[in-house]
Design a protein around this ligand. Structure first.
Ligand code: UD1
Length: 420
């Protein structure tokens, strides 16, 4: 079993560079299946979700070459084959194979997606959209079969009952080669959606409105090759900004797009965090006298659910009483019990997280229950006096590129031990 061991209480200093966005790349890789030529992706993060997707692509018949952060994908040999088990179940974003395979072949048999346990994570909106475009759905054990019986998918008007990143991207993937026009209303507006649309448009797709709540797609027959730079990971950036405010004595975070983090930065400013924002970097000073705040997550451009857990350790350093309400995933509170083990004054009251600061944390054995809870525990471990031992770190390695090396470079006493 792999573990992260941290000897906390050391001040960190220096520079760190943010990698490409996990939530973009997990859609960009399956999106390349739709291409009729070779696609190159630059800025691909070195995370285990990417490794799993590459394995799946190769299994399907794609040629994939990886050189550092560059991925060259030749999707021409991809076969329309059932992908029921194995790696598919290891990540949530495997649902993008439904959209891309359906878009290319009018047929997809793919196992149900896995991923972090944040409470119920249905995919009903994805399936409703595919059905509206003419696909029929049948369940075969734990796999879903979608088929148009040899017909081309038909563009149509789709209203999303809930704002969903995954359902919006999946509908785009299915629609780019469909017959006619698809209009998605109440679409999610996350930057990762714009990134996927940019890749597809550079391949010759006709997608308009990505980044707004109405997206229009005119189907095309052919998608050519292109080269695409993945956007910076705003969640990784937010994690390092929170970490820098909690344990930093001057940390510069590079490759940050401030406009993707406005609601997060506004909250930090409300807390009294001192930082300097430049064109593509943020410098975070050493902090004192931070103020407790109330957080409510909501779809982009609101406060990201993925950042409430990584921010929690910093909140614990603030003076006063505050709360977190996650309106996207009400059960995303698994980090709370672990932080209590480290001596934090924090609890959940009917899915609402309530905390009282300031706290001095103490190192303890804790468990990463999901990706972002894991990030919270790393920050808490760096803040705590003494030794913290984090288990279940596979979750953390799914989404944070070279986290151990990046933190060691800042001066952290942190190491990864054990085998997979
Ligand atoms: C994506 C992100 C994840 C982030 C989440 C919310 C990826 C790979 N993951 O996940 O990091 O935490 O957005 O910002 O990009 N819902 C339904 N039916 C559906 C789909 C979603 O009811 O068919 C609900 C969900 O339960 C949730 C809300 O819609 O309450 C938003 O979920 P969604 O945006 O779809 O999340 P993901 O795309 O899975």
């Amino acid at each position: 079993m792999k573990k992260i061991i941290i000897n906390g209480g050391r001040p960190l200093k220096g520079e760190v560079t943010i990698s490409g966005a996990k939530n973009s790349v997990v859609a960009l890789i399956p999106a390349t299946i739709l291409a009729d030529e070779i696609v190159t992706l630059d800025g691909v993060p070195d995370i285990s979700d990417v490794a799993s997707l590459i394995d799946i692509m190769i299994l399907m018949g794609a040629k994939v070459e990886r050189d550092g952060e560059t991925l060259v994908i030749d999707p021409r040999g991809v076969q329309d084959m059932p992908m029921p088990f194995g790696k598919i179940n290891s990540l949530r974003a495997s649902y993008y194979f439904y959209g891309s395979l359906l878009g290319r072949y009018g047929q997809a048999t793919v196992g149900l997606p896995g991923g972090c346990d944040l409470g119920p994570r249905p995919i009903d909106l994805h399936l409703k959209a595919f059905e509206a475009m003419g696909a029929k759905m049948t369940m075969d054990g734990s796999s879903m079969n979608l088929s148009t019986n040899g017909e081309r998918l038909r563009g149509t008007a789709i209203y999303m009952d809930t704002v969903s990143v995954g359902a919006t991207i999946n509908t785009i993937l299915a629609a780019v080669k469909a017959e006619g026009r698809t209009v998605i209303e109440n679409a999610a507006r996350e930057p990762e959606i714009i990134d996927v649309a940019t890749l597809l448009n550079n391949m010759g797709a006709h997608i308009r409105g990505a980044g707004t709540d109405i997206i229009t797609i005119e189907g095309v027959d052919y998608l050519h090759g292109t080269r695409h730079q993945v956007i910076p990971d705003r969640i990784e950036a937010g994690t390092y900004i929170a970490l820098a405010a909690a344990v930093g004595e001057g940390i510069q975070i590079n490759n940050v797009l401030y406009e993707h983090l406005e609601s997060f930065i506004a909250k930090l400013e409300e807390m009294g965090v001192r930082m300097t924002i430049s064109e593509d970097s943020v410098f975070v000073e050493k902090q004192e006298n931070l103020k407790a705040v109330h957080i409510k997550t909501s779809p982009y451009p609101g406060f990201a659910t993925d950042l409430q857990q990584p921010l929690t350790p910093l909140l614990l350093t603030a003076n006063g009483k505050g709360s977190i309400v996650d309106t996207i995933y009400q059960k995303r509170v698994n980090h709370v019990a672990e932080l209590m083990r480290m001596g934090a004054t924090i609890e959940t009251v009917s899915d609402r997280i309530v905390y009282q600061g300031p706290n001095q944390l103490t190192g303890a054995p804790v468990k990463a229950t999901d990706l972002r809870a894991g990030a919270a525990l790393v920050i808490a471990g760096l803040m705590a006096q003494g030794k913290t031992e984090i288990t279940n770190v596979e979750f953390i390695l799914r989404g944070y590129s070279h986290i151990i090396e990046k933190l060691q470079q800042l001066g952290a006493d942190i190491k990864l031990i054990g085998e997979a």
